[in-house]
Design a binder for this molecule. Structure first.
Ligand code: SAM
Ligand code: SF4
Ligand code: F3S
Length: 462
């Protein structure tokens, strides 16, 4: 069956639904999402489509008649986890040939991965390309019409609008505002698997946020690989700071967060918008990746340490304890001890509240994969240990600033360690633990901070 000539999504949804209604019991689908928040947002759309087609959602893969893996390709261990999971599901598929197995997400866009699936995991039924969640009904339609394999590994340039979405939370919502990336950092696979930058229309974003706020959502996370290049591809040219100011006009009690921001595009206009808009969380995730100018150049990050620190200075002059977090890569090819020291230096200077640090992972097809890398794995993990120890000391010191303050916290769950306690996040994204009852989850509470630790602060509701 020519996949390009399949019916429109609506017709495929209707046909699959009729097909499923003929079964004696409601069929169940199991969906596992790997990777970043953009993938989680795609997963919510896949779940919405599954429900629209008549599937129930189960957390138990063994009772499912459809299993979907929404994959991530950013580091090798992310891919290894998916292949491991596929291997372990093989027995279930052999015992139940009617089981439909679907692999989607970022891994599928790599030819090497598609080839490996075909060769080593031939029992996979559907491979659905990245950015292509809205074509899931077409794939199931093709299966229904006797197609053994439904393969579409193209990186779609579609901007999926009005796709049914089954949101995981009733008070925190992710809203993708753009897809793809144009930056081609030399270590990163994302531009290859997600395609070029495509911004959603501002009206569609503002309307979606307005609708979420009116449904009672308290935190809206705007998502994109590089949110602050939002709008560069739009005819009316609305940029990201202008979009933030538009959204901020929506009345109600809610916070706006966003990620990720590329430092080269983090302009004074963006930082002014963060500080001036009432609904914007007072926190910026600004991935630095390295503190060495030589490494930054070889990473193609297009900023220097000096340019980065100038941006930090701009926002900290206006708001001295403004919360910054970052991403860092340890062990980029040929990272010298001096390069690594420069990374420790920038961490000491900026004093991040939190950090996501990764050991460099070679990604076939990227420029960095062709660079010599004489640094041993042992050396890299030893450097990672030193970086984590430094960050822990900084976080302990930083978190003391909250003690004695009375702050607003969005309660988001029960504490896993202390019964009768809740956890939540402050506007700075600080983890806060306090005594409280589950009915407060999903609401803003006022908490006085009494104690600080390395990864959280404790407080009491006032
Ligand atoms: N677009 C975002 C940005 O530029 O900040 C980041 C998106 S990426 C999914 C998240 C993080 O993964 C990056 O900031 C980087 O630190 C890390 N990362 C990406 N490729 C990597 C690689 N090959 N090895 C190790 N870490 C990597
Ligand atoms: Fe990857 Fe760089 Fe794009 Fe981020 S900005 S997704 S690190 S290429
Ligand atoms: Fe992974 Fe794709 Fe996100 S590679 S980090 S799931 S954009």
């Amino acid at each position: 069956m020519e996949l390009a000539h399949l019916p429109e999504t609506e017709e495929c949804i209707r046909t699959v639904r009729h097909w499923l209604e003929e079964r004696p019991a409601q069929p169940l689908a199991y969906l596992h999402t790997f990777g970043c928040q953009l993938n989680v947002a795609d997963g919510e759309k896949l779940a919405g489509l599954l429900q629209e087609m008549g599937y129930g959602i189960t957390q138990d893969a063994s009772e499912a008649s459809l299993i979907l893996y929404n994959t991530c390709a950013v580091r090798e261990n992310a891919e290894d986890r998916v292949f491991g999971t596929l291997g372990s599901i093989k027995k279930q598929k052999l015992e139940n040939p009617a089981l439909i197995l679907c692999v989607t997400g970022c891994m599928t866009a790599q030819q090497t991965v598609a080839d490996k699936i075909r060769k080593s995991y031939p029992f996979v039924d559907i491979v659905l390309g990245s950015n292509a969640v809205s074509r899931l009904p077409q794939m199931l339609y093709a299966k229904m019409h006797g197609e053994r394999f439904a393969w579409d590994i193209s990186v779609s340039a579609d901007i999926p609008e009005n796709v049914p979405t089954a949101r995981e939370s009733a008070y925190k919502a992710a809203v993708p505002i753009m897809y793809g990336c144009n930056n081609f950092c030399t270590y990163c696979i994302v531009p290859y698997v997600r395609g070029r930058e495509r911004s959603r229309a501002p009206q569609a974003i503002v309307e979606e946020v307005r609708s979420l706020v009116s449904q009672g959502y308290k935190e809206i996370m705007l998502l994109g690989q590089n949110v602050n290049s939002y709008g560069k591809d739009l005819p009316d040219g609305m940029d990201f700071p202008a979009l933030l100011r538009e959204i901020d006009k929506i009345g109600g009690e809610y916070w706006i967060r966003f990620m990720s921001s590329h430092p080269k595009d983090a302009t004074p206009a963006l930082m002014d918008a963060i500080l001036e808009c009432d609904h914007l969380a007072k926190h910026l995730h600004l991935p630095v990746q390295s503190g060495s100018n030589d490494i930054l150049r070889r990473m193609n990050r297009r900023y220097t340490v000096e340019m980065y620190l100038e941006k930090v200075r701009y926002i900290r002059e206006k708001c001295p304890d403004f919360s910054l977090t970052t991403d860092l890569i340890v062990g980029f090819p040929d990272e010298s001890e001096a390069d690594f020291q420069a990374t420790l230096d920038i961490v000491k200077e900026v004093r991040y509240d939190n950090m996501y640090s990764f050991i460099y992972s070679k990604r076939t097809g990227t420029k960095a994969a062709l660079m010599d890398d004489p640094v041993t794995a042992q050396e890299k993990s030893e450097r990672m240990g030193r970086l984590l120890a430094l960050q822990r000391d900084i976080a302990i010191e930083n978190n003391k600033r909250f003690v004695g303050r009375t702050i607003q916290v969005l309660a988001d769950g029960e504490s896993k360690k202390r019964s009768g306690f809740l956890t939540g996040r402050s506007t700075e994204n600080m983890l806060v633990e306090f005594a409280g009852t589950p009915d407060l989850i999903g609401t803003f509470v006022t908490v006085r901070i009494t104690e600080s630790h390395s990864g959280k602060v404790d407080g009491e509701i006032v």
